[in-house]
Design a protein around this ligand. Structure first.
Ligand code: FMN
Length: 237
């Protein structure tokens, strides 16, 4: 039995019924790219943009969320959300958490892109993941890592966080070895990487659509009680 603990940040508790009806009508899957590098000129972010462009070609809606722009403070579950604590990179005191939350709810599938920091995902990426939980369930995830060592442990950690939130992960990653992988125009210099980028874009759209649609059908069909999706009915109401 899945035990559901309510997140303490109540702003994240809005339902997702709009998203549900949209998926029932067969609308295109929405892919959100989350860029976990705080570095200007990030290679993982660059590769992420290429995957998002590819996903658009396969008919997806796509959006980029750069954590270096939105600057979420360190997640603190004991704190409510005073707006002044959230400001973007330009110092704007808009409620950045609202912006991020809207993007998460909009998304049916994600690409998480992180640098390899000591064999781990970036602190910015982990902090972002800490803010959400139910929002991640029943969605599909792809992974990009900028690393000189393929970043397998980084991908495993992101995959573990996603699994813990009942998300579905692609069974492979994209690994970027810095400037060595791109030409001066920013295109991949080898066909293996170029094909992998296309493959991830394709698979996110194809599998992301199937998984999301089935999940939402199971959430909405009260006769289904044996699916993990049935545990999210309250959230989707
Ligand atoms: C604090 C820190 C730790 C790093 N640790 C590793 C590491 O363990 N293994 C590795 O291959 N690269 C490591 N790197 C290099 C980055 O992963 C590499 O520069 C990557 O391209 C950064 O991603 P970005 O271009 O998306 O910002 C580290 C870099 C920093 C700043």
């Amino acid at each position: 039995m899945i035990s559901i603990t309510k997140p303490k940040i109540q702003t994240l508790k809005l339902g997702q019924s709009d998203n549900s009806s949209k998926m029932q009508q067969g609308a295109p899957v929405n892919v959100l790219g989350v860029a976990g590098s705080m570095r200007k000129g990030s290679f993982s972010t660059h590769a992420l943009k290429l995957v998002l462009e590819g996903a658009k070609k396969y008919g997806a809606g796509s959006q980029l969320l750069e954590l270096r722009e939105v600057r979420l403070p360190i997640y603190d579950p004991s704190r409510s959300v005073p707006e002044e604590l959230y400001q973007d990179v330009n110092g704007n005191h808009e409620n950045v958490l609202d912006t991020v939350t809207k993007a998460i709810k909009w998304a049916d599938a994600f690409v998480l892109a992180s640098p390899d920091y000591h064999g781990s995902m970036s602190g910015a990426m982990k902090n972002f993941l800490d803010y959400f939980w139910e929002e991640f369930a029943g969605k599909t995830y792809g992974y990009i890592i900028a690393s000189h060592e393929k970043g397998l442990t980084v991908a495993d950690q992101m995959r573990t966080s996603v699994r813990q939130c009942y998300g579905w992960s692609m069974p492979y990653n994209i690994s970027i070895n810095g400037a060595n992988d791109f030409n001066s125009a920013g295109n991949p210099i080898n066909s293996i990487l170029a094909n992998r980028i296309k493959m991830l874009a394709h698979d996110l759209v194809t599998y992301g659509t199937l998984i999301r649609r089935q999940f939402l059908q199971d959430v909405m069909n009260k006769e289904v009680s044996d699916s993990y999706a049935s545990h999210y009915r309250e959230y989707y109401n």
